[in-house]
Ligand binder design. Sequence first.
Ligand SMILES: NC(=O)c1ccc[n+]([C@@H]2O[C@H](COP(=O)([O-])OP(=O)(O)OC[C@H]3O[C@@H](n4cnc5c(N)ncnc54)[C@H](OP(=O)(O)O)[C@@H]3O)[C@@H](O)[C@H]2O)c1
Length: 350
Amino acid sequence: MWPALRLVRRHLSTAAARGLVYEKHGEPAQVLRLQNVEVSSPLDYEVRVKMLAAPINPSDLNMVQGTYALLPQLPAVGGNEGVGVVAAIGRHVTSLRPGDWVIPVDAGLGTWRTEGVFNESVLIRVPSDIPVVGAATLSVNPCTAYRLLTDYETLRPGDTVIQNASNSAVGQAVIQLATSLGITTINIVRDRPDLRSLVQRLHDLGADHVITEDQLRKPEMKDMFKTLPRPRLALNCVGGKSTTEMLRHLDYGGTMVTYGGMAKQPVTVPVSALIFKNIRLCGFWVTQWKRERQQNREEITKMIRDLCDLVRRGGLVPPQSTQWPLEDFPQALRDAQSPFLSRKQILYMQ
Ligand SMILES: NC(=O)c1ccc[n+]([C@@H]2O[C@H](COP(=O)([O-])OP(=O)(O)OC[C@H]3O[C@@H](n4cnc5c(N)ncnc54)[C@H](OP(=O)(O)O)[C@@H]3O)[C@@H](O)[C@H]2O)c1
């Protein structure tokens, strides 16, 4: 289940690789060390992968901090997402060949490394004609956006979706997927000094309406719904006040799905929303969704294919990013934890 661990400990090494390893939980910049990790030849169902690039996502940081729902045995290599190229395969591997690009299907692989050996069952092939950053950031956030828009409400062109933290990587994927489906998006962001350029960026991705947390609380919000149907679906990445305010605008019988808790505050729901508006509340975790489909991968394969097709058509661009060589990880970690940057920090391995 945690190939990363076995890798660090295995002694039959045939190649030296480097990875960001932590031996105890704590602040990522303090506990992560760039060190050699041992990589052996792939056994029967194993695949040796040269990693190309891997992002730093909030859940990666939470895992290192020890606050995430899934924690690997220590020592572990950080990182849950990324893209690599298959360098060698074990003799029973059937789904992959050398040269294939692969991304993780499961969490906890430890992608912040130059090379690793994984079981073929935890990897899935992606086309190598999409941009590296697009592939490296595909398996978590766009997949989450896809499921959020597909699994909770039957949305039709012209329907409305409202979301907070809309400039997050998930939020940007929601905007683009919704646009491809003809769904209108109301996108909430936090106010900031360069708000105008952020608003323009989100409009360029296809966002119909971009409003700040403060505007969301203003009575004028009602005017928006004179011409726009109330949202059937609200996507909550934040918690606290942001969520309570967003909830007020949902349509009767609508659904709010919580998938993130960036404000680290609980969700407070007015009882009237439950009694008089019959609002449905649920949560989503992409790791669990994928784990439940590991045996029969049809739905996962379809989702990855749909997303890659959209990438190829230019309908899904990766979030703006800054690319760092692995050894510059301390600065990359700092930027990944800075508010209002609105850029993904990507570690480049080769
Ligand atoms: N449940 C799942 O399956 C699943 C899957 C993917 C992601 N997630 C979660 O979704 C969230 C976003 O992930 P991501 O990779 O898309 O993030 P990201 O690209 O790193 O963006 C982080 C977002 O959070 C906002 N933010 C940070 N601190 C905040 C605060 N105190 N209050 C309100 N907003 C705040 C940022 O807004 P500013 O620009 O204003 O700082 C930004 O929009 C994370 O919590 C992640 O764990 C969950």
